[in-house]
Write a protein of this length. Structure first.
Length: 880
């Protein structure tokens, strides 16, 4: 198609193997055409100097179409500022501006600059505590990590983008140059040079948006998916990697959770939720020969021939066995390369079958990781390497392929073969199966004609139930196909209880406890992430590193101590030293007026010495030996993790008491304001009998069980089932599901509305239809969530659903993790649940100090449900 007089756009995608260029016309007349406005496309090998490959691809495109450069109104380049080469990264000097702030000392700045210069560093990241101009960037660790990553790639990005400008200039193009960002939006070349970190991973987004466009997923998505209670998953198989993402009904990619990790580093970028693996058309197939004790092992990737596939692949005359060679040998009719290169025993049948099984398993695992329910998903396959994808994938109910340059009869023939193959797998005899009906139904959706092909064969139909529970093929079971790190089998995992009845924590236990502490924190208590993950110079200030360095952390049951044993704690104790961390005082003593943001802990990172210093000084003052155990004042949030660090072998080397004094987190500690809104406190120790009588027992076990339930549902790809799994452990209910549309930090409130139909991943999800589109949920908070009030159908009259001391927790619906009040921001998809509080809080004294009146609320407390006593991990697993 060649439309005269129209303006055109050129899109370029830089892959690890090939650089693709497309000439596109955005005029409605062109988009109404069956090819959706795609005039032409070319594919060129990606070059070492990326701009050379881009220039070659655009030149070939212009030569093929004979479009004059003056008619091109814009060039959009995606995925170009990315290079898996550490040599291209700059070393970064990091300057962290901490509190208290003082007047600028010019001489001090010059001294630091001289130090940086002497180290040969040219990239500098400057990060200040509580310094972001945009409140959405609050979170020191995530903001600092993003700044460091941006500084490390800036020099390379500027050089690369300069090369792009030169390339399009040499081609006679005078139009603007744009780069796609990680979230799918466009940015100018100038902005990309300043913030290249926002563009480094746009390839997956481009693939998903392109797949949605070409497959007609967008405004017509709901029509396409009305009869399917499934997610739409896009699998982009390139030459080097495979990216897997999820398309929402509006055709936009599902966004990642509140935080994402880039190279294992937690950041605050806005990015789609994408899982990448080293599998593509150029992936190398590795063969480990059988020995007397081990079978032959076939693995695929993650290394790849990349853009050298056309030289190194066996089917192209090379000597490297790749996935493309496997498919070419299995399906000669595809006409890939020179089939004669595969004759003889170049690829043995058993190698071919095992490699295909490995490819199938890799894709199935990747798809399963992205699903939010165990139901079969609809998959859109895109990318030049999609030919390596098998015709049948477990957990996939339907497959949509972008069938560019393929004839309809070829597609029908392929569908016939699939139907016969499925019939044979279902038990039919191959020589008796025949196709009895072919039905071709053109479907008009948003100016895109779909060919809905229904194939019937006998003795079984083309459509079958999910093969989720089907046993693996003999080929796969007979050999070790993959060499992956073994994942924890959550159903069979057993915590270690030693002969003394002490629970010896593993890294897995710590992860689950941290997850559970976050959920029990009701938005406060500080994030459990820093005390779990951050490592200080001496490697002794964070829980995970203590375990990795061979240290031990022990937990004892609440009934294992004598009545007079002392527990150190923050409030009082059983000969335990009281612990209070992340103290965020938001209220004046006299009138309870909110005067400070609840984001103190999110910006001011703990040094790691505060609590231990307080504890040791208190011990010295009391002239006492070590306590019998350590207990936390509150199990919620980061405070629940602090006793594990202090009690570890690296510090006091005493056990942690399985309990706390609150069973949750609470916000008030007025003296904290005078100490800079954050302090570590060690209270006078309490007797063990006092902890048992007035504390919440087995709360460490409860946190572990909650964390385990979250991990189990994630492993089952059932993110939507996490709230119900939590409610199996503690009585309560789901209050609301939707997205945050307003956050008012001045008085502490967050407004949640239901998701629109086109935003729902599951269009037939009954839980999402419980609420009217105009319903709202209003949550008030002071560090922790205090109330949850329902506003039905746009009305202003509020109905109280839950209130303190019951636990109101906001979960990130994309991950199942809890959100702290400092993490609330517009657009986050959430599930709000309420859990029953300990009966100690529902007494008259408990309500006086932790009920509505304690926070100046005039509402009457009605419990959400009857409290369910947690089950001790030690008691359950001691005999196992």
């Amino acid at each position: 198609m060649h439309l005269q007089g129209l303006n055109y756009r050129i899109g370029v995608d830089v892959g690890g193997t090939n650089t693709d260029a497309v000439l596109f016309c955005a005029d409605p007349e062109a988009q109404a055409h069956n090819n959706r406005g795609i005039i032409a496309s070319v594919k060129k090998p990606t070059t070492t100097v990326v701009s050379d490959g881009i220039e070659a691809a655009i030149k070939a495109l212009l030569d093929e179409t004979q479009i004059t450069p003056s008619k091109v109104s814009g060039v959009m380049i995606g995925n170009a500022v990315v290079e898996a080469d550490s040599r291209k990264l700059s070393k970064v000097a990091v300057v962290r501006l901490g509190a208290p702030y003082t007047q600028i000392d010019t001489d001090e700045i010059k001294t630091e600059c001289q130090k940086i210069k002497a180290m040969g560093l040219k990239a500098i990241a400057i990060v200040g505590i509580c310094s972001p101009l945009d409140k959405t960037d609050f979170g020191l660790l995530e903001r600092e990590n993003a700044s460091i990553l941006n500084a490390s790639i800036m020099a390379f990005a500027q050089k690369t983008i300069s090369g792009f400008r030169s390339a399009i200039s040499r081609l006679g193009l005078s139009c603007p140059l744009f780069l796609t960002q990680n979230d799918g939006t466009l940015t100018s070349a100038e902005s990309a040079e300043r913030l290249p970190i926002r563009t480094f991973s746009s390839g997956a987004t481009n693939s998903m948006r392109g797949a949605a466009y070409l497959a007609g997923v967008g405004s017509s998505f709901s029509q396409l998916n009305q009869t399917r209670n499934q997610s739409i998953i896009v699998v982009d198989v390139g030459g080097t990697t495979t990216d897997v993402g999820v398309l929402l009904p509006n055709g936009l990619p599902r966004q990642a959770a509140a935080f994402i990790k880039v190279g294992g580093v937690r950041t605050n970028f806005s990015m789609p939720d994408v899982y990448s693996l080293g599998l593509g058309g150029g992936s190398r197939v590795h063969i480990t020969a059988a020995t007397a004790n081990t079978p032959e092992i076939i693995t695929v990737g993650p290394d790849s021939t990349g853009y050298q596939l056309l030289k190194e692949g066996i089917v192209f005359g090379g000597s490297t066995l790749t996935t493309t060679d496997i498919i070419a040998a299995d399906q000669p009719s595809l006409g890939i390369g020179q089939p004669e290169n595969l004759l003889g025993d170049r690829i043995l049948k058993n190698v071919k079958e095992k490699a295909k099984a490995a490819i199938k398993k890799l894709l199935e695992d990747a798809i399963d990781r992205m699903k939010t329910t165990p139901d079969p998903a609809t998959v859109i396959l895109v990318g030049g390497g999609s030919i390596i994808a098998p015709e049948d994938l477990d957990g996939v109910g339907d497959t949509i392929e972008i069938l560019q340059n393929r004839e309809l009869q070829d597609v029908i023939g392929f569908c016939k073969a699939v139907a016969i193959s499925r019939a044979v797998k279902a038990g039919a005899k191959a020589d008796t199966v025949k196709v009895v009906e072919v039905e071709n139904l053109p479907v008009q959706l948003d100016n895109v004609v779909f060919e809905n092909i229904i194939i019937s064969s006998t003795p079984t139909s083309f459509y079958t139930n999910s093969e989720h529970n089907q046993e693996e093929s003999d080929v796969f079971n007979s050999t070790e196909v993959l060499e992956l790190d073994p994942s924890i089998d959550i159903d069979t995992y057993v915590p270690v209880i030693n002969g003394e009845g002490e629970w010896m924590l593993s890294e897995t236990d710590l992860e689950w406890i941290a997850e559970g502490c976050g959920i029990l924190g009701t938005g406060g208590g500080g994030s459990p992430y820093p005390p779990f993950i951050i490592t200080h110079a001496d490697h002794t200030r964070r829980a995970r590193q203590i375990i990795r360095d061979g240290g031990t952390i022990r937990v004892i049951s609440d009934n294992s101590l004598s009545d007079d044993d002392l527990v150190s704690l923050r409030y009082s104790g059983v000969n335990s030293w009281g612990i209070e961390n992340y103290l965020q005082c938001l209220l004046h003593t006299d009138n309870l007026q909110l005067v400070r943001s609840p984001s103190v802990s999110n910006e001011r990172i703990q040094a790691g010495t505060e609590i231990e210093t307080a504890c040791r000084n208190l011990m010295q003052f009391m002239n006492t030996a070590k306590p019998a155990a350590i207990i936390s004042d509150e199990i919620g949030g980061g405070n629940g993790m602090q006793p594990l660090i202090l009690a570890s072998e690296k510090h006091l080397n005493v056990p942690v008491y399985d309990g706390d004094l609150m069973g949750r987190a609470y916000p008030l500690r007025n003296i904290c304001t005078e100490l800079g809104s954050k302090a570590g406190v060690s209270m006078a120790p309490l007797r063990a009998s006092t902890c048992r009588q007035y504390g919440v027992t087995k709360s460490v076990s409860q946190a572990w069980r909650i964390g385990r339930s979250v991990a189990k549902e994630r492993q089952r790809s059932n993110i939507n089932g996490i709230p119900d799994a939590i409610l199996q452990l503690q009585s309560g209910k789901v209050l609301f599901k939707g997205k945050i549309v307003s956050v008012q930090r001045e008085w502490g409130s967050v407004l949640v509305m239901p998701l629109l139909t086109e935003e729902e991943e599951l269009l037939n999800n009954t839980s999402s239809q419980t609420w009217h589109p105009d319903d709202r949920l209003l949550i008030s908070f002071q560090n922790e969530n205090l109330t949850a009030e329902f506003l039905p159908n746009g009305e202003k009259t509020k109905k109280l659903l839950a209130i303190v001391p019951d636990l109101i927790t906001v979960l990130d619906s994309q991950s199942g993790s809890s959100l702290g009040t400092h993490e609330y921001r517009y657009g986050l998809r959430v599930v709000v649940i309420a859990l029953a509080s300990s009966p100690l809080w529902t007494t008259s004294q408990g309500l006086k100090y932790g009920g509505p009146a304690a926070f100046g609320l005039d509402s009457v407390y009605h419990r959400i449900a009857a409290y369910k006593e947690p089950v001790s991990v030690i008691e359950e697993y001691r005999s196992k």
